[in-house]
Design a protein around this ligand. Structure first.
Ligand SMILES: [Zn+2]
Length: 173
C-alpha cells in the first residue's frame, strides 16, 4: 500500500548550499525490525529515536558494516518542521550530522514508516549517501534513498525490508 504524498522527506545539504525534497510512498503496516525499546543510549538524540538508531546500527552490522552513531556524532530531534509536508531532514556538514523528524509525522507514523524516515535520513547523515532515483519496471523505487522528485513509489514492508536495507548499506559494493 502506498501513502498519499502528504509527507515529504528532505535533506538540508548545509555544506553544498543545496536543498532537495523527497516524497515517498510508505506502508501502513505496523511491524518492522525495530523494537520499541533501545538497549543503547545516544547522546544528544531524542530518546524516542534510540530504538531506530540502534536498529540502523544492527541492520548495518548484519551486513558486515560497523557504524557507531555516537562515534559519528549524529544528533537527532523530533520537533515540528514548519516546511509543509516535510517528514524529516538531515543537516550535514563538517561539524554537523543532525537528523530532524517532524513531530506531526511521528505521531501518526507506523513503526515501519518511522523506520523508513529515520533510515533515509541516516542514509544521508551517517552513510553520506545522496539520492538514488532508479525504479523497476513496475514503478517501485529501487532505493530508500530516492528523492521523491520522480514518480517511483516505495513499498517498504516486511517482505522487502531486507532488499531495501541491503541496498541501503551495500550501495558501494
Ligand atoms: Zn533525502
Amino acid at each position: 500500500m502506498t501513502i498519499p504524498k502528504l509527507f515529504l522527506l528532505s535533506i538540508l545539504c548545509v555544506l553544498i548550499t543545496q536543498s532537495c525534497t523527497d516524497e515517498s510512498a510508505l506502508t501502513n503496516e505496523n511491524t518492522s525490525d525495530t523494537n520499541d525499546t533501545a538497549t543503547k543510549s545516544y547522546a544528544k538524540v531524542d530518546q524516542r529515536l534510540w530504538p531506530y538508531f540502534e536498529a540502523f546500527e544492527i541492520a548495518a552490522l548484519e551486513r558486515g558494516y560497523i557504524y557507531d552513531l555516537n562515534d559519528l556524532g549524529i544528533t537527532g530531534v523530533i520537533r515540528r518542521i514548519n516546511d509543509n509536508g516535510v517528514a524529516g531532514t538531515c543537516q550535514y556538514g563538517t561539524h554537523i550530522h543532525h537528523v530532524t523528524i517532524d513531530s506531526d509525522y511521528w505521531e501518526i507514523a507506523s513503526k515501519l514508516n518511522r523506520e523508513y524516515v529515520v533510515f533515509h535520513e541516516l542514509g544521508h547523515c551517517a552513510l553520506g549517501r545522496g539520492h538514488k532515483e532508479d525504479a523497476n519496471q513496475s514503478g517501485y523505487c529501487l532505493s530508500l534513498m530516492n528523492s521523491g522528485t520522480t514518480d517511483c513509489r516505495v513499498l517498504y514492508n516486511n517482505n522487502n525490508l531486507d532488499y531495501y536495507q541491503d541496498e541501503l548499506f551495500k550501495w558501494q559494493e
